[in-house]
Design a protein around this ligand. Structure first.
Ligand code: 0A1
Ligand code: ZN
Length: 878
């Protein structure tokens, strides 16, 4: 790592290894919310290649109580501390540094470092929070082994957890007790964690494939522990899956997970002690929806799987963030795909990618999967690093195939275990395992922007020659005006008039990788595009074929292919790939909405009619097809963006389809009642998903919302109840207020369920919803110190209510902007996320763009944190 340059940025190119290494860290905490003392003993070695360097340790908001080297107190003139770094000159060689500091957890509203959540004390150290706990080299390539001792009053803090294995416990006099933990694996300080308080647990023991007995525990505040069983099961499923699919075992005697109500992100993979936002742990059928259960399983898997992709092999520096995050998202999505429906998992991922990551890639905050500079690393926990990063791994998997990819992963883990690695190390392992040169592939890491493929077809009826001309363009992004062509594995298929796949391989130009054909996967083949333009040619076909592309959304690219609505609809009928079929319907809807293409609307209606009548169609798939492209996806295809016109056109299509299809929708809704009542198995979840999708469409034409009211009154699960209440609220049903009052009272004690109703209220798709948000902000429900609540009120409004957020009078923008300064002063990361929600402002049509610009410009001088100042500068740069 390195110091920022004069431009205020840290640069990838400036990396230098640490001048001092920390071999061992021995920490003792005397925990108290008002004043915690941290006693650290660090065994230090100078880097032999960089002799004579001063020791420079990070430390923020620490009160230094004492400092000694090799047991001897350090005189005041031997060191300096400027509030950010502690510097000691003249250390001769290997030594032991001992510091005592005092910190003030109760005053920590940023939720970084050691902080209170309710009656618990917890830590969050990624990315740079450890420096708020003690003096340390706070960078991921410094990886000591650890011993951690926690001391606290037994009554207030009966449970004391830290990283690694528990090795000793004892009672102290004065009502305190002590617990000691050892983490024998070299671990950077961003993975440090402790949790203390009155926690209860569910527990289960497993024997790993390597024969290790492991105790799995999920801890929560006592009243919540009954809702931890599902998460506990998800840990075991994750452990078994990583053994099977990647040959990776668990490496400690315990795996602890703690649920916290106050947590800025989703969860954190600290070594042996994961700390979770409670919303990704607590669940039962009365309080959590099916989507919540699936999200819990996937986040539990994500954090568990980090134990190898992130912890055992960690990062050299923060530029490599996607090395752990992209890879782990890929791994967790494969876990979910193996356990549930692969197609549905993929469709949901594509929805996020196309709606949100593509928008990020074309907005003011676009950056490569591996950025080459940053001002504030917290601003890089983005959809690009996570989701696009996972897509890049998926591309590699597609290019290499499962077996070679697995060999590459085995090699990566073997070569880098216990090391702080780079993306080059990852690619080198796969290049060695596959024998392929991955130099062009590496552009996926360095070039920002979503590649666009324009495909033109030509058929010569006289000769039967059919050609596809594929042109690739990667659009300019901030700081990257010009791009090189990327390596894109393009999956495609051709069908004859009878709908049979044409399996003949095309003639291709020389640039196309001749090894690029992986043969035929179901009815698709892959061609590896490497240049800006390629031609594929088939000779002597009996008739004009029907071409389909990007099955499984194998490449995260935009494709422009001029096709009539009739051909598009036909391709949806002949393709068996469900992701393609869903995507084809989405594209019909986009044409109907954005181009007012009546033929596309007709074709969509007919296709949905068929789908609703098809008893063989997976109900979960039908539900996905009923979810029309969302605002973000539509806006990404429109320039400039006129939110009201876009949303009006979308509503008109929904009105038309739901009216025309009301009979099959109702029939399907009724027919699925029994299947929907069955529990948490896949078919029951699928039945509820389709029923709820039908309900939302049916309620459009049911002013009394009788069906929704009936479902609300009879609901057994939160999935049914929540969907019904959402319908009542969003369509302004007569029973909405009473239902909301009833729901609110029933769950008033539960912050997570409270967040749910708030979410439905603030996403009511009418411009006047901003008044409801204003009322919530003035009510007892507004709890700005709790990140989940901020997201429930303002995040949902900003991201989930495009109509009200984009109000022409600017009231929607101002509602969010007016809260930013106060939020920034308490929790900069939460404020920065909301500020990032303005990333698409430049694409808005001129009057609204002017309003957005004024709103953002008005924030200058008000936002003090590096997080928000960095974002604001990037948002406003010309
Ligand atoms: N590594 C975590 C995400 C995370 C990042 C930063 C945090 O603190 C501000 C917390 C969590 C993950 O990928 O799950
Ligand atoms: Zn992660």
């Amino acid at each position: 790592m390195s110091l920022p340059r004069d431009d205020g940025h840290v640069h990838l190119a400036d990396y230098v290894p640490p001048a001092w290494r920390i071999r061992h860290a021995d920490l003792a905490f005397d925990l108290d919310p008002d004043a915690t003392e941290v006693h650290a003993r660090l065994s230090l070695d100078p880097d032999p290649d960089q002799p004579g360097q001063p020791l420079v340790l990070d430390g923020e908001e620490l009160t230094l109580l004492s400092i000694a080297v090799d047991g001897r107190p350090l005189a005041a003139d031997r060191y300096t501390y400027d509030g950010a770094t502690l510097r000691i000159d003249g250390l001769a060689g290997a030594c032991e540094l001992e510091t005592r500091v005092r910190i003030h957890p109760a005053g920590n509203t940023r939720l970084e470092g050691l902080y209170p959540s309710g009656r618990l004390l917890l830590t969050q150290c990624e990315a740079e929070g450890f420096r708020r706990i003690t003096f340390f080299t706070d960078r991921p390539d410094v990886m000591p082994r650890w011993r951690i001792t926690l001391r606290a009053a037994r009554e207030r803090f009966p449970v004391l957890l830290a990283n690694g294995n528990p090795v000793a416990r004892r009672e102290l006099d004065d009502g305190r007790h002590e617990s000691t933990w050892e983490n024998p694996h070299p671990t950077p300080c961003y993975l440090f964690a402790l949790a203390a308080g009155d926690l209860d647990r569910v527990t289960h023991s497993v024997r790993t494939a390597e024969g290790r007995e492991v105790e799995l525990n999920v801890w929560a505040e006592p009243g919540d522990v009954a809702r931890c069983e599902y998460a506990l099961g998800a840990i075991e499923r994750s452990l078994r899956w990583d053994e099977r699919r990647f040959g990776r075992g668990y490496d400690l005697d315990v795996f602890n997970v703690v649920a916290a109500q106050d947590f800025t992100m989703g969860a954190m993979e600290n070594k042996g002690l994961n700390i979770f936002n409670a919303r990704y742990i607590l669940a039962d059928e009365a309080t959590a929806t099916d989507a919540d259960f699936l999200a819990i399983e996937s986040v539990v898997a994500h954090e568990y799987l980090h134990n190898w992709s992130g912890n055992r092999v960690t990062l050299r520096d923060w530029f490599q963030l996607s090395l752990k995050e992209g890879l782990t998202v890929f791994r967790d999505s494969e876990f979910s795909a193996d356990l549930h429906s692969r197609a549905i998992k993929r469709i949901e991922a594509v929805r996020v990618l196309r709606g949100r990551q593509f928008a990020e890639d074309s907005g003011a905050l676009a950056h490569p999967v591996r950025p080459d500079r940053y001002r504030e690393i917290s601003n890089f926990y983005t959809l690009t690093i996570y989701e696009k990063g996972a897509e890049v791994i998926r591309l590699l998997h597609t290019l290499l195939g499962e077996d070679v990819f697995r060999a590459g992963m085995d090699r990566y883990f073997a070569d880098n275990d216990g090391r702080a690695a780079t993306i080059e190390d990852f690619l080198a392992a796969h290049a060695a395992a596959s024998g392929r040169d991955l130099a062009q592939f590496a552009l996926w890491y360095s070039q920002a922007g979503t590649p666009e493929l324009s495909i033109a077809e030509d058929f010569d009826a006289a000769t039967g020659d059919y050609t596809l001309t594929v042109e690739q363009h990667v659009p300019p992004t901030p700081g990257q005006p010009l791009k090189q062509p990327m390596l894109v594995p393009l999956r495609f298929a051709l069908y004859d008039v009878a709908g049979a796949a044409i399996t003949a391989a095309p003639e291709t130009d020389a640039a196309i990788n001749p090894a690029g054909f992986h043969g035929v996967a179901t009815n698709g083949a892959i061609v590896e595009l490497v240049a800006a333009r390629h031609v594929l040619r088939w000779r002597g076909l009996p008739g004009k074929p029907l071409a389909t592309f990007n099955q499984g959304f194998a490449a995260p690219v935009k494709i422009a292919f001029a096709q009539s609505p009739a051909d598009l609809a036909r391709s949806v009928r002949v393709e068996r790939d469900e992701v393609y079929r869903w995507d084809g319907l989405q594209r019909l809807a986009m044409r109907a909405i954005l181009q007012h293409d009546a033929l596309a609307a007709d074709a969509l209606e007919a296709a949905l009619d068929d789908l609703l009548a098809d008893p063989a169609a997976d109900p979960a798939f039908v539900a996905e097809c009923l979810a029309l492209p969302d605002f973000d996806t539509l806006a990404d295809a429109m320039a400039p963006v006129e939110p009201d016109a876009l949303l009006d056109a979308r509503d008109a299509l929904l009105d038309r389809l739901s009216r025309a299809l009301s009979a099959p929708l109702l029939a399907r809704y009724d027919a699925m009642a029994d299947a929907a009542a069955q529990g948490l198995e896949g078919p029951a979840m699928a039945a509820r998903a389709l029923r709820n999708a039908c309900l939302a469409w049916l309620t459009r034409h049911d002013p009394a919302a009788r069906l929704a009211q009936r479902q609300f009154d009879a609901a057994r699960t939160m999935t049914e109840r929540g969907a019904a209440l959402r319908c009542l609220l969003h369509f302004g049903a007569p029973g909405a207020a009473a239902a909301l009052a009833d729901f609110r009272a029933q769950f008033a004690h539960d912050p997570l369920v409270t967040d749910k109703w708030i979410g439905w209220v603030v996403t009511r798709p009418q411009a006047s919803a901003s008044d409801d948000v204003a009322a919530l902000l003035a009510s007892e429900w507004w709890k700005p110190a709790n990140p989940n609540r901020v997201r429930a009120v303002l995040g949902n409004f900003q991201r989930g209510n495009p109509r009200a957020f984009h109000r022409a009078d600017g009231a929607g923008f101002r509602l969010v902007a007016a809260r930013l300064a106060a939020l920034d002063a308490t929790n900069p990361q939460v404020a920065a996320r909301l500020l990032g929600g303005f990333e698409g402002w430049r694409r808005l049509h001129p009057p609204l763009r002017a309003v957005a610009r004024d709103t953002l410009a008005g924030l200058e001088g008000q936002l003090r944190s590096p997080d928000c100042r960095d974002l604001l500068a990037r948002l406003l740069v010309d």
